[in-house]
Write a protein that binds this ligand. Structure first.
Ligand code: R5P
Length: 296
């Protein structure tokens, strides 16, 4: 696809390169640095005039700078004559703050969306955190496509684990847990989670399924501090699970998340490559490439 330039602001380099190869498009990373006073310096290293520029950038690490760099990169591309700018954000941050939980708080998802609505022409992402928002249309005015890694996760589980049960750690996760379990043909259930703070959650099983002697596969969209999945793992362990696996679409792993999961009884942690990490075992590049093939 000669009309497409694939670039990145620094995160998602592996996916960006692999997308370019799959699409037979040119890959040209941006130069981004800072002037001595801290002002951002950004430069395209290829001619983008008349081209569709695809910025591939997950919002981790450094979600705040990712957002800022994406807006700078988009505005610069347009200023240089690009025909269209598409943001491919395998992980889109800020979606969890989808309401004002306490008086005076910023509704970050709306602010992030406003900045992107004002610059990019289209957004493609994977399993964004849609909880109180049911669709991307509630926040984005530009076309925003959300793809899902559900079937890739289901195929992975089917190939790798015998005697599996899918466990969603909270009510929102039914959308993944159910779809994945159905695709494999195994049982699933979700826990009821109460979140007291960013680092304190509890959960209980409201719709029990037999976990005794099973391989319990906990699936969640985001594993951040690991508290949510750790609580679920403790419940699975108490219910007699033989093996506990944690699968996250977006592995943020902040603080000491991985050791927290291990301590709670998780023996394997698996993620997609939406965010680059050593636990990446499920490749989403094919999904993104298919979505981009429809672009002219
Ligand atoms: C929230 O509802 C999400 O689906 C995840 O469960 C949550 O973001 C995980 O966060 P943490 O790992 O910090 O518990």
């Amino acid at each position: 696809m000669h009309n497409i330039i694939i670039t990145t602001c620094g995160n998602s380099v592996k996916i960006a390169k692999s997308l370019a190869t799959k699409l037979k498009a040119k890959y040209s990373p941006l130069t981004i640095s800072a002037f001595p006073d801290g002002d951002t310096y950004l430069k395209y290293n290829t001619n983008v005039k008349g081209k569709t520029v695809v910025i591939v950038q997950s919002f981790q690490p450094r979600p705040e700078m990712s957002l800022f760099d994406i807006v700078f990169a988009t505005e610069t591309a347009k200023d240089l004559g690009a025909k269209k700018v598409i943001l491919v954000a395998p992980y889109l941050a800020y979606m969890r703050q989808d309401k004002r939980f306490h008086p005076g708080e910023a509704v970050s998802s709306r602010i992030m969306a406003k900045l992107l609505n004002n610059s990019v022409d289209k957004i493609i992402t994977i399993d964004p955190h849609l909880h109180r928002y049911r669709s991307m249309k509630e926040v984005f005015t530009v076309p925003a496509k959300n793809l899902t890694a559900n079937f890739l996760i289901a195929d992975f589980v089917k190939k790798k684990y015998k005697n599996a049960v899918i466990l969603g750690p909270d009510w929102e996760s039914y959308q993944w847990a159910e779809a994945i379990a159905k695709h494999i043909g195994v049982e699933s259930t979700v826990l009821e989670k109460t979140r007291y703070s960013s680092r304190h959650v509890t959960s209980k099983m409201v719709k029990p399924v037999e976990l005794q002697g099973k391989t319990v596969v906990i699936v969640d969209d985001i594993i951040s501090t690991g508290h949510t999945v750790a609580e679920a793992a403790k419940k699975a362990k108490a219910a007699g699970a033989k093996k506990i696996v944690a699968i996250g679409v977006h592995g943020l792993f902040v603080e000491n998340a991985i050791s927290k999961l291990k301590k709670a009884g998780v023996s394997e942690v698996v993620t997609t490559n939406c965010i680059e990490h050593k636990t990446n075992k499920i490749d989403v590049t094919g999904l993104l490439a298919e979505a981009l093939k429809k672009e002219k």
